[in-house]
Design a protein around this ligand. Structure first.
Ligand code: AMP
Length: 218
């Protein structure tokens, strides 16, 4: 069983690294942000409740987030484990998690603030197939058009300067401090997220396999 939490500032490459771990270990990727976006685009009751906070880049209330995580983990469709992405984001959420569940590792992807800001402003995604692009590192062959399906490339609704600023402020003020909580429990893996994707993935795998990690209690 592999139970991982992946953390880092928005734009650090969490989603990409989560997907690579999912492929490597046959895990389930649980992205709280994706769950919210699904509810918003399918106009559910929950979607209506969280729409404004998500659009403005503000944190959704803890009780709502914890309920979503609890329900998702109770589905038990994760035979080999999961990668939790976007949760926890503050101390109460971290305490909720540690009281009810356990993790084998917390992966922290470090990227300096100016780099994540640049990445977020240049981030685009395909409106049809959802593929990620970046106008600096991963440009489409034809501007504004998905290489794979021809769909229109759009910005995420919360990738505006104002919402990005709100999300990064929350990250440095509320999320970053909880890394110490996991560090005390010797669950932390730190990687340099400015390196190419495959190098970051290899660094994560190497640290996950280090023998000192086996037998670490939680
Ligand atoms: P993400 O895709 O992880 O950047 O999340 C998108 C948005 O969903 C965030 O800006 C928040 O509005 C909301 N959200 C996602 N995860 C959480 C969380 N753990 N706590 C509160 N709000 C969250």
């Amino acid at each position: 069983m592999h139970k991982y939490i992946i953390m880092g500032a928005q734009g650090c490459g969490k989603g990409t690294q989560a997907e690579l771990l999912v492929e490597a270990f046959d895990l389930v990727h649980i992205s709280v942000g994706d769950i919210f976006r699904w509810h918003i685009s399918n106009r559910t009751k929950l979607g209506a409740r969280v729409r404004r906070a998500v659009k403005d880049g503000e944190l959704v209330p803890d009780e709502t987030v914890e309920e979503i995580v609890r329900r998702r983990l109770e589905e038990h469709d994760w035979n080999y484990g999961f990668v939790l992405d976007g949760f926890p984001r503050n101390r109460p959420q971290a305490e909720f998690f540690l009281e009810s569940y356990d993790a084998d590792a917390v992966i922290n992807i470090e990227v300096p603030a100016d780099v994540v800001l640049r990445r977020l402003l240049s981030r685009r995604l395909c409106s049809q197939c959802g593929l990620d692009y970046n106008l600096i590192y991963h440009r489409p062959v034809n501007a504004g058009v998905c290489d794979v399906c021809g769909g229109e490339l759009i910005q995420r609704a919360d990738d505006t300067e104002k919402a990005i600023h709100a999300r990064l402020t929350d990250f440095y003020e509320k999320t970053r401090p909880i890394l110490d909580l996991f560090r005390e429990k010797r669950l932390m893996i730190d990687v340099d997220g400015t390196q190419p994707q495959d190098v970051v993935h290899a660094a994560i795998r190497q640290q996950l396999e280090e023998p000192r990690r086996s037998g670490v209690d939680n």
